[in-house]
Design a protein around this ligand. Structure first.
Ligand SMILES: [Zn+2]
Length: 88
């Protein structure tokens, strides 16, 4: 079942993208604001965001932030995949 979120400006997939960007501090203020608003209404994305933060935290803990871009991309993809599975 995939229904588009009615909440506002952002649908869930866009929120996920913003979320990823925010984690890597690539999101601008507007994107962050949109994300926050979406998270406020959308439980699914909130959950995703929480886990995303945890992962980011783990990455920092293990100093993986100095890892190559490729590795980061891998992480991002993995997170996205998990998120997609959860929503099906
Ligand atoms: Zn959502």
């Amino acid at each position: 079942m995939s229904k588009k979120s009615k909440f506002s400006f952002v649908d869930c997939s866009e929120a996920a993208t913003c979320c990823d960007k925010a984690q890597y501090e690539e999101a601008n203020l507007f994107e962050k604001a949109k994300l926050m608003l979406h998270l406020f209404f959308c439980k699914t994305c909130r959950k995703f965001s929480n886990r995303n933060s945890k992962l980011t935290h783990l990455m920092k803990e293990s100093k993986l932030e100095t890892c190559p871009e490729e590795k980061k991309k891998q992480w991002k993809e993995q997170i996205k995949k998990e998120f997609a599975e959860e929503r099906t």
